[in-house]
Design a protein around this ligand. Structure first.
Ligand SMILES: CSC[C@H]1O[C@H](OP(=O)(O)O)[C@H](O)[C@@H]1O
Length: 362
């Protein structure tokens, strides 16, 4: 089983640079982007060269560190870093991890004493970005542990688990969220040869499932079957799936979870077929200021992602297109939310508050 891909890495100290595995080139090419300014990080997030709620936050945190290059005074460095936070916050609207990470960087920027040398300021920023990265890595491992324990009771030997989009090492600073659970369950079952199959939805329009999840699962030796999004109902009806597990980009205080478009439909299908539906996400994906999923901003993306999705135009000129990148699974359809702090079940505002209502580490 090969190691996790090097999705995001920072080279150097305060004057370092960010390297991103360009996910738009996978699985055919393993290509890296070296980012030395804020705008290149903004662009990488915008076009999903780096993607996935936790990974977006981590990349943005490192992006803020790039703002201090070419500055010679603390005032100049602080102004540039705060402007970087504002710019990176404009990249994508739904994944709350982006805004959580930027708020954390703003806290460091504003707390810095006025007589701090620029070199020390830059070093402190890089240290905070690295801490955000390291914390997410540990959160992924904990989500994997909690989730594998839960799914071990639900997925029999030779059973199946369906997942949507990509929630692995490519989407986080560690092994992933939903995929971390599946990697951990696979490791636990390897010794007794009681494996299971992952059914990966291709996840139109950008095919994160076909391109990225299948790549991660194959690389890690996890049995996987690729299906079209439209096949999920049939696969459940045939009894091939004993659980559905997905990630999240923003979870409201009542447990409503926004995730890649198509997730809401899977939650409805799972309910209809009596299949448990799990969401895996770190506490940094919760937005307790939002009472329900109705308040979660849903990103709409370019029509060309649908009309030109296979390298050629597949829809007639002038076709009207609607391309929401996310939808919301209501808490009532979610069996449990698996976090690094434990499992939220039943999914109610009270249970959410009990597990993540405490102070989210700053
Ligand atoms: C571990 S969070 C992954 C989450 O992010 C994905 O969205 P995108 O590929 O647009 O960044 C999708 O919603 C995944 O569940």
């Amino acid at each position: 089983m090969s190691e996790a891909p090097n999705t995001i890495s920072w080279t150097g100290g305060g004057d370092g640079f960010l390297t991103l595995l360009d996910q738009t080139r996978l699985p055919g090419e393993t290509a890296y982007l070296n980012c030395e300014d804020v705008e290149s990080v903004y662009d990488a997030i915008k076009r999903l060269a780096v993607r996935g709620a936790p990974a977006i936050g981590i990349a943005a945190a490192y992006g803020v560190c790039l703002a201090t290059r070419e500055t010679s005074s603390l005032t100049e460095a602080r102004t540039a870093a705060l402007a970087a936070c504002d710019r990176l916050a404009e990249s994508r609207p739904t994944a709350v991890n982006l805004f959580w990470a930027l708020e954390r960087m703003r806290g460091v920027i504003t707390a810095m004493a006025d007589d701090t040398p620029v070199v020390q300021f830059a070093k402190r920023l890089a240290g905070e970005a690295r801490a955000i990265h390291d914390e997410d890595r540990a959160q992924c491992a904990a989500i994997g542990r909690h989730g594998a324990e839960l799914l071990a009771e639900v997925v029999p030997p030779g059973g199946g688990v369906l997942t949507h989009c990509n929630t692995g090492a490519l989407a986080t600073g560690g092994d992933g969220t939903a995929l971390a659970v599946l990697f951990a369950l696979h490791r636990a079952r390897q010794e007794s040869n009681q494996s299971f199959t992952v059914f990966a939805d291709e996840t139109r329009p950008l095919l994160q499932g076909a391109r990225l999840t299948m790549w991660e699962l194959i690389e890690r030796g996890v049995p996987a079957t690729l299906i079209c999004d439209s096949m999920a109902a049939q696969v459940m009806r045939e009894g091939r799936v004993q659980a559905v597990i997905v990630g999240a980009d923003r979870i409201a205080a009542n447990g409503d979870a926004a995730n890649k478009i198509g997730t809401y439909g899977l939650a409805v299908l799972a309910k209809h077929h009596g299949v448990p539906f799990y969401v895996a996400a770190p506490s940094t994906t919760f937005d307790l200021e939002l009472a329900s999923g109705d308040e979660i901003p849903i990103e709409e993306r370019a029509a060309e992602e649908i009309t030109d999705g296979f390298g050629r135009r597949t829809a007639p000129e002038g076709a009207q297109v609607y391309n929401p990148a996310f939808d919301v699974a209501p808490a009532a359809l979610v069996t449990a939310i698996i976090t690094e702090r434990g499992v939220i079940s039943p999914v109610t505002g009270e249970e959410v508050a009990a597990i993540v209502g405490t102070e989210i580490p700053a």
